[in-house]
Ligand binder design. Structure first.
Ligand code: 4AD
Ligand code: MG
Length: 462
C-alpha cells in the first residue's frame, strides 16, 4: 500500500473508513491488556496520529519493541476517534517494526530544556519543538523565493569563496590549501600566497552584495539567498558564525524605495507563516511565548516608524534610561539601544536611516552633510537589527575617495568599480538575516535554536 502522511490524513475527511498505511516514530505507548494506544509522529505535522491495537489480534511480544523513539509501519482502518484529543485514529491491522530504540534513546521524556537539546542537535529534529521550527524554516524559505519571484526578481547565485571583504570588518574565515605547519614564504618572510590554491588569499564570503550589485546593474532586480560566514568572536543569542542571508539588490531604487520593499517583504513573510504554519506557530506560542501570535499580527498591522540615526540618538539621550553602553552621536548602536527605541519608545518596528559614515561600510551613498550615509537598518522587537541595507554610492569619484580613506586595497576592487565606470545607476539593496527573522516568527530567543546545526565560536559538532 502507498504510504500516507499523517498531515494529509488529519486534514481530509475523504479517507475515513478506508485502509491506510502510515510510517513514523513512536512518541508514546500506553494502554492495558485489552487495548494499546500508540502516538505516532512522522514529521509531516506537529500532530500525532493515534494507533489503536486490539490486543485480541496482537500479542504483548509483538508490541514490546514499540517504545518511545522506535520506528514502525502500520496499516489499518482510519476511523473517527472515540477518545478525546484527536479527530481520527487508526485501528491497526498489520504492524512492522523498522527500528527499535532502547532506554538509551536520549529523548525519552518530554520537556527537555533547549540547552539539553542543543547538545543532542542530531536528534532534536524528532522533538515537537524542532519539528515545528524546521517546518516553519522551510515554509519561510519558500515564501522568500515566492515573494521575489512573483515580483520579477531574479535569483542570483553569488560565490561562497571570495577574495574581497564586502563589509570591511575583516571577520572572514580563510580558505587555503597551504600546509599550515610548513608555510611557503616570500623573501621578506611573508606567507607566499602565490603558491596557495587560488594564487592569492581567499576566504568564505561575509555577504554576496558586491556580486549582487553586478547582477542588479545588469538584469535589474536580483536577490541572493545563501549561507554567509562571519568569524566574529561574538557569543550572543543573535550571532552565528554560519547563517543564511537574503540580499535583494535593485537598480533604480533610492533609499525610500528600498525601505518600502524591506517593509513589504518582512510583512509578507510573517503573513505567510501565520497563514501556512498555524499549528506549528500555535504550538510554539503555547509552549514558549504566549504573546507570539499577537506580536506577529501587530507587526503586520502597523507601519514601521522611520527616523534618522541622529533623531534616534537624541531620543536615547533624552530618555534618562541607564544603558550598559552610554549613548552619544557616532556610536554603533547596541542591541539594548535598538530595543529601547522599538520596545519602550515607539512600540513599533523602526527603520533608522542616515548613520555616521564611520560606522558603516564603504559602499554606502554619502549624504551632502559629509558626515552621514544613506544606510537603513530595520529594528524589531526582541531582536534588534533584523535588516541592514543602504542606497549605494553610484558616483565613481566619491566611491574611490572613500575606498582610499579606508585603505581598501584598490587593485582588488577594480571589477566592482567598473559598475560605476560604465553605465552607473542609482541602486539600493539590503540584507535580511534569515535566522533573525525565524527568531521573530517562532518566538525562540536563542539563534542556535532556529538553525538545524548551529556554528558558533568553539562549536562545530554534528
Ligand atoms: O548588516 P549586515 O552586516 O549587512 C550586510 O552584510 C550587507 N552587505 C547587506 C546588504 O546591504 N546587502 O548583515 C545583514 C543582516 C543583519 O541585519 C542581520 O540580520 C544578519 O544579516 N546578520 C547575522 N545573523 C546572524 N549571525 C550573524 N553573525 C549576523 N551578522 C549579520
Ligand atoms: Mg548591520
Amino acid at each position: 500500500m502507498k504510504r500516507s502522511k499523517i498531515a494529509s490524513l488529519l486534514a481530509s475527511d475523504s479517507l475515513v473508513g478506508s485502509e491506510v498505511d502510515v510510517r513514523g516514530w513512536v512518541r508514546t505507548r500506553r494502554g492495558n491488556k485489552y487495548v494499546q494506544f500508540v502516538a505516532l509522529n512522522d514529521g509531516s505535522s506537529i500532530n500525532n496520529l493515534q494507533i489503536v491495537f486490539d490486543m485480541n489480534r496482537f500479542s504483548d511480544e509483538q508490541l514490546k519493541p514499540i517504545t518511545t523513539g522506535a520506528s514502525i509501519h502500520v496499516t489499518g482502518k482510519l476511523v473517527e476517534s472515540q477518545g478525546k484529543g484527536q479527530k481520527y485514529e487508526i485501528q491497526a491491522d498489520t504492524l512492522e517494526i523498522y527500528g527499535t530504540a532502547d532506554e538509551t534513546y536520549p529523548l525519552q521524556k518530554k520537556g527537555h530544556t533547549l540547552e539539553f537539546l542543543r547538545e543532542k542537535a542530531h536528534l532534536r529534529p524528532r522533538t515537537n519543538t524542532f519539528g515545528a521550527i524546521l517546518r516553519v524554516r522551510s515554509a519561510l524559505a519558500y515564501a522568500i523565493h515566492k515573494f521575489f519571484q512573483e515580483k520579477g526578481f531574479f535569483y542570483l547565485h553569488t560565490p561562497l569563496i571570495t577574495a574581497s571583504d564586502c563589509e570591511g570588518a575583516g571577520a572572514m574565515f580563510q580558505v587555503t590549501t597551504l600546509p599550515l605547519n610548513d608555510l611557503p614564504r616570500t623573501e621578506d618572510g611573508a606567507v607566499d600566497y602565490s603558491q596557495d590554491f587560488f594564487g592569492k588569499p581567499a576566504a568564505l564570503t561575509v555577504s554576496g552584495q558586491l556580486e549582487g550589485e553586478l547582477g542588479a546593474t545588469a538584469i535589474g532586480e536580483i536577490y541572493t539567498f545563501g549561507p554567509t560566514f562571519r568569524a566574529e568572536n561574538s557569543n550572543t543569542q543573535r550571532h552565528l558564525s554560519e547563517f543564511w542571508m537574503i540580499e535583494p539588490e535593485m537598480a533604480f531604487y533610492d533609499i525610500t524605495d528600498n525601505m518600502d520593499l524591506a517593509e513589504e517583504f518582512v510583512k509578507y513573510c510573517i503573513r505567510y507563516v501565520l497563514d501556512n504554519c498555524r499549528d506549528d506557530i500555535e504550538f510554539l506560542a503555547e509552549h514558549y511565548d504566549k504573546d507570539l501570535i499577537s506580536r506577529l499580527e501587530f507587526v503586520l498591522h502597523n507601519d514601521f516608524v522611520r527616523l534618522t540615526y541622529t533623531e534616534g540618538v537624541e531620543i536615547l539621550e533624552k530618555s534618562g534610561h541607564k544603558f550598559e553602553f552610554p549613548v552619544s552621536w557616532g556610536i554603533d548602536l547596541q542591541s539594548e539601544h535598538e530595543r529601547y527605541l522599538v520596545e519602550q519608545h515607539f512600540k513599533k518596528p523602526v527603520i533608522l536611516t542616515d548613520y555616521p559614515k564611520e560606522i558603516k561600510a564603504f559602499y554606502m551613498k554619502q549624504n551632502e552633510d559629509g558626515r552621514t550615509v544613506r544606510a537603513m537598518d530595520v529594528l524589531f522587537p526582541q531582536i534588534g537589527e533584523i535588516i541592514g541595507g543602504s542606497e549605494r554610492e553610484a558616483d565613481l569619484d566619491k566611491l574611490q575617495q572613500r575606498i582610499d580613506e579606508l585603505h581598501i586595497p584598490m587593485k582588488d576592487m577594480w571589477w566592482y568599480l567598473d559598475t560605476r565606470r560604465y553605465g552607473s545607476v542609482p541602486h539600493s539593496g539590503f540584507g535580511l538575516g534569515f535566522e533573525r527573522l525565524l527568531l521573530f516568527c517562532t518566538g525562540m530567543t536563542n539563534i542556535r535554536d532556529v538553525i538545524p546545526f548551529p556554528r558558533t565560536p568553539k562549536n562545530c559538532e554534528f
